[in-house]
Design a protein around this ligand. Structure first.
Ligand code: NAX
Ligand code: K
Length: 454
């Protein structure tokens, strides 16, 4: 798990004040880290074009040019005259050793974007936009210094300074960042970083269910009741995934329980041994609120997904102690509207995912939220996690039902709602990563069949 930050300038400030490391020292480490990365990937003599802006992001680029010259065939393109003190200082140092400047995006092996970093504001003018377009069309290996400029530069790798920035994990930014690597700035990351409520999940954080105990029976692993409605298929996918992920028993519950697999039980009412409930997937609108209340008159841990996220009964669900909600963007705006927290478009949500998740969690600190997306957000109270490992393979009907089953299974096996949610989310993305077929071909059944190989 790695920490994420809204901004790192306060962390830089701690370095100046607490560790006696000047801005100059930090920048030299930033440039050195980028130089090491390039040296590890490209042999001496490779051509490197560094495109610099006028602030400290540009200054990082100028320092990099000095560190690579003359072992590499380095060229530098100043889009604007150095303006910040550090950019002017780095330019003076570079001029002293003499280096070719160029004025167009030439063909090269490595292209570094040091136009603008965390100081980007507003929009690029057409001139800079067209340079970035040219850079994007280059065949070179593309490196973004700190962050891709304005999230318009498509990087193969982003070498980010000091610590991970939350903004890099906005869904829309996933197209631009490429592989992200943190560069240390003269002190180890553990020293540079301070507390943060936001964390990035690593695949290694996955904690799978275990069967280490020998004297057990199916009841030891819980009983998930999956309340199904109109579209029975969704409930079946959820149930099969839950059973495969270790729940001792799984039942589909409701009026429509025909044609279900032999391994899944069925009943009209909640079974007496129920230890967790999954509700919402494929529910349709065939139940009245009264019907649904009969499934909710208990305090079992519960995962609510899909159709129920649009229903008034959600208000009742949100009062429970151990609830997990798993909306995608469209469902989350419905949740926010039902809760009278915000009336916003999907576009507004996607631009401000972190803000609206924080707003929801402040109002409902007992609820665990999983907001689906290219980078999944999992949150409870003041703890926030981003799972960035999902892939477009998962963009298919039924993937979400499998995820609900994984969460429901862990809830039934008595994981806490937060643990159940982030472990299920990590398992879900791992299933897609482990799938060896073509990207477009993954089906929910493929996901379920891979669970046994985790
Ligand atoms: N201690 C520090 O301050 C460190 C800073 N570092 C680097 O410094 C960067 C931040 O530096 P700054 O705060 O100077 O900011 P930036 O260099 O990211 O951006 C500011 C510059 O970009 C220009 N700019 C902003 N918006 C623009 C727009 N829409 N179109 C065109 N130009 C625009 C501004 O005119 C200004 O010159 C980081 O991203 C990182 O690369 C690193 O060297 C690590 C240490
Ligand atoms: K940049």
């Amino acid at each position: 798990m790695q920490k994420l930050y809204d901004e790192v300038s306060s962390l830089d400030k701690r370095c100046y004040e607490n560790f006696g490391l000047s801005e100059d020292i930090l920048m030299e480490h930033a440039a050195d880290g980028m130089a090491d990365f390039i040296k590890s990937k490209f042999s001496k003599g490779s051509s490197v074009l560094i495109v610099c802006g006028s602030g400290n992001n540009g200054a990082d680029g100028i320092a990099l040019a000095r560190l690579l010259h003359p072992d590499y065939n380095v060229k530098i393109l100043h889009l604007k005259k150095p303006k910040s003190d550090m950019a002017k200082l780095q330019k003076k140092r570079l001029d002293a050793i003499g280096l070719k400047e160029c004025c167009t995006i030439e063909s090269c092996d490595v292209l570094v974007d040091a136009i603008v970093g965390t100081g980007f504001r507003g929009e690029f003018n057409p001139e800079i936009s067209s340079v970035i377009d040219e850079m994007n069309n280059s065949d070179a290996y593309k490196i973004a210094c700190d962050v891709p400029s304005g999230y318009k530069f498509f990087a193969d790798a982003t070498l980010t300074m000091g610590a991970l920035k939350k903004d890099m994990y906005l869904d829309a930014h996933k197209e631009y960042v490429g592989d992200i690597k943190v560069i240390d700035l003269g002190v180890g990351r553990d020293i540079y970083e301070c507390e943060s409520n936001w964390n990035l999940l690593d695949l290694e954080d996955l904690n799978l269910p275990n069967r280490n105990k020998k004297d057990t029976h199916k009841g030891s692993y819980g009983h998930l009741a999956c309340v199904v409605g109109e579209k029975i298929g969704a409930g079946v996918l959820c149930s099969k995934s839950a059973l495969r992920f270790g729940a001792g028993l799984v039942s589909v519950v409701g009026y429509n329980t025909t044609n279900i697999p032999h391994s899944i039980m069925s009943s009209e009412l909640l079974p007496k041994t129920t230890s967790a409930i999954a509700i919402g997937m494929g529910l349709g609108d065939s139940y009245s609120d009264m019907d649904l209340k009969s499934f909710l008159n208990n305090d079992y841990p519960l995962i609510a997904d899909a159709d129920i996220l649009h229903m008034d009964i959600l208000q009742e669900i949100l009062k429970r102690e151990n609830v997990v909600l798993t909306p995608h963007a469209k469902e989350f705006i419905s949740v926010l509207r039902l809760c009278k927290l915000a009336d916003i478009s999907v576009d507004e949500l996607q631009k401000n995912r972190f803000k609206y998740v924080e707003l929801f969690c402040k109002t409902y600190p007992k609820v665990t939220l999983l907001l689906k997306g290219a980078n999944v957000i999992i949150a409870k109270d003041d703890k926030f996690f981003i799972n960035p490992h999902g892939s477009s393979k998962l963009a298919k009907g039924g993937s979400g039902d499998v995820l609900s089953g994984l969460i429901g299974s862990l809830l039934a096996q008595r994981y806490t709602p937060l643990e159940a949610t982030f472990n299920a989310s990590l398992a879900h993305v791992s299933l897609a990563l482990n799938y060896t077929g073509s990207d477009f071909s993954l089906t929910p059944d493929d996901l379920i069949s891979q669970i046994g190989k985790l």
